[in-house]
Design a protein around this ligand. Sequence first.
Ligand code: OSB
Ligand code: MG
Length: 371
Amino acid sequence: MKIRKVTLHRLESKMREPFETSFGREENKDVIIVEVETEAGAIGFAECVTSTEPLYSSETNETAWHVLRDFIIPMAKGWQADSLQDVSTFWRRFASIRGHQMAKAALEMAVWDAWSNETQQPLHKLLGGVKSEIPVGISVGIQPDINALLSKIDGYLKNGFQRIKVKIKPGWDVDVIAAIRDEFGDIPLMADANSAYTLADIDHLKRLDAYNLMMIEQPLGYDDIVDHATLQDKLVTPICLDESIHRPSDARKAAQLGACRIINLKLGRVGGFAQAIAIHDICVRESIPLWCGGMLETGIGRLHNIAITALPGFTLPGDTAPSARYFDEDIIEPAVTFERPGVLAVEDLCGVADRVDRKRLEQWTMTKESF
Ligand code: OSB
Ligand code: MG
């Protein structure tokens, strides 16, 4: 397989409701979609999970576009794949670039997707997937008040979601969790702090131990591993790392220090499929359960999240909700929907290109550049 053309599409996809975390609020989806066309005419797509502001990560849509256009895409020129092994080592081509995992992931995943399309082998099988269906949880943003949150959770439980994750921050934490337990009893529940606390909050965070949470996600610094180990030692609740894990060595170090007992894997945050598989293998070896996180993806990113979740180490429900979680109209057609409540099918898709709605892609595109 040889790459003939790479196109960057920047589009706006309307979200049905804003999403609020401890670090900010997302109103609409301003997103870069990478498209790879091969010499044989196969097409690969992937979604870049950067946002407009450097709040979850230091990358933004602008930095990703710049680094893809000026560095990553030029470095991919002349590359060719004769086997899956070549595809799984494609990332090495731009390994000399420090950071910019989300930009790297976007091209890397589009190349896997194109290989799947060109060789007509289902992507999840190429990745090492073994499952035909996956359990699904949901991430619930910070709400104007507790009643609004409880009524959202009630709706999600009725829809069948198998795990509820709520965003917390100082002033919206212990009382919120207590109210949820009061209302819904012992449902599978977890909290995500997006780095809103420090070690000075240990005593406060220990109060969460009373609520039998499945885990608390990323309570401390976004790039920290050491302090999380100190905290994990003092907490009964398992810590799950999200922001801190950018590469396989981060997972190894977190395991070594006991900084977490669970990892949330996001394809973009770790630089794509090959690194995700490497992290998966470390976690299986270290007995660290994995789940696939979300970045409010359109259907393109969503289908890739589902594909990676088919690997055996993903043993917990992920944030891989159906398209309707955020979009009335998705960029893919048909949209991702439950096979049955709380369960998604891992479809035998040979890349996502056949699912992309070309008309919507054109209509929603604000800028586009081909290389
Ligand atoms: O921390 O997991 C997170 C969304 C944007 C940025 C970071 C996070 C999230 C979510 C939502 O929790 C996951 C989703 O529904 O896609
Ligand atoms: Mg998180």
